[in-house]
Ligand binder design. Sequence first.
Ligand SMILES: NC(=O)c1ccc[n+]([C@@H]2O[C@H](COP(=O)([O-])OP(=O)(O)OC[C@H]3O[C@@H](n4cnc5c(N)ncnc54)[C@H](O)[C@@H]3O)[C@@H](O)[C@H]2O)c1
Length: 357
Amino acid sequence: MLADLNEFQIAGCPVRVGGSSPEALQQLLLSQFMGNSPVYVLTDSNTRKHCYPVLQRHVPALSEAICLEAEAGEQNKTLQTCERIWMQMAESGGNRNSLLINLGGGVITDLGGFAASVFHRGMPFINIPTTLMAMVDASLGGKTGVDLHGLKNQIGLFANPAAILVWPGFLDTLPEREILSGAAEICKHALIADAGMWDKIVKGSKEPLLWKEYILPAIKIKTGIVSSDPLEQGSRRLLNFGHTLGHAIETWSLRNDAIPLTHGEAVAAGMVCETRISAQIAGLPAEDRRFGHYPMNEDAIASIARLSVYDKKNRNGKHLLSLLRSVGQAADGIPCEPRLIAESLRFYASYTQSFFY
Ligand SMILES: NC(=O)c1ccc[n+]([C@@H]2O[C@H](COP(=O)([O-])OP(=O)(O)OC[C@H]3O[C@@H](n4cnc5c(N)ncnc54)[C@H](O)[C@@H]3O)[C@@H](O)[C@H]2O)c1
């Protein structure tokens, strides 16, 4: 898909994008992690099947690695899954000098990063994202953690991986729904930081896998923002646009739907609501029609509004949102009355319905 290699840095952590990343892992293991033992590769059931064999083929240094497998899906981003990982590491001699390679989507990079960071008070880990979501967002920036009874990312810490290797070849097996899910975060990156890129998304090709036009710029935006504020004291909060309501909608869906929304689908709905709260930027087609409509009745709207209180940006029981001042320019910490939250959900429920039905 791509021959050239791009390199970025986040707080001293190298991010190698493209090129021949599986081979890059071989070099990295030989040059920096020769003495680390055991080496673990954390997969979920899908990445074990589709991605682990690729690594095994290209990275002979992993011949002795121990493969750990979590169940796929957000429902498994829990302390219980961490406990199983910690037990397997404890029983196989894992220690502070081991290495964990997280091979998967955002669930695996969030979960594995957290599991590695607290096991024996911290062992090094490497992220190898295999979904579009993880390539442009989740694997970058050192936020690790798990959900608490479906409440998103309530437990976790900032911990940077030793390296991040992004190899687009893994996208070949990713289902279309997951590609669109990652595209939501590409839209968000453009909306908060790059009006030109948003313009391209609106007017240009709707193919989210266009590497040069969308994926690489999205990685640049995320690494740039995170590098300037690694611990989310200020500007990094802008990346939360769409997430206060997105996380609440995702939690609601996880608790109520047999097939829950993906993270990106929930964030897409959250962006529509938060665009509404951002004083309805004229002519902004923030809701990509392909994300579809998520129906919400009044009970759901009331519950989702209550769930939004758990957002980590809130202070003293007050909603503080990251919102758009204009396309390409976001602002954080804007106080928002609860009635506007509920009203934006009602707006989403009726407005997007008119597109799809
Ligand atoms: N830490 C952060 O900064 C950050 C940022 C954004 C999102 N996140 C988190 O990321 C998570 C969502 O990530 P996601 O969308 O990658 O979900 P995911 O990890 O659940 O992956 C989506 C699905 O794709 C499958 N899959 C992964 N790679 C595959 C491949 N190459 N081929 C076939 N199937 C594959 C997975 O098994 C899963 O079923 C959420 O928990 C979200 O909170 C974290």
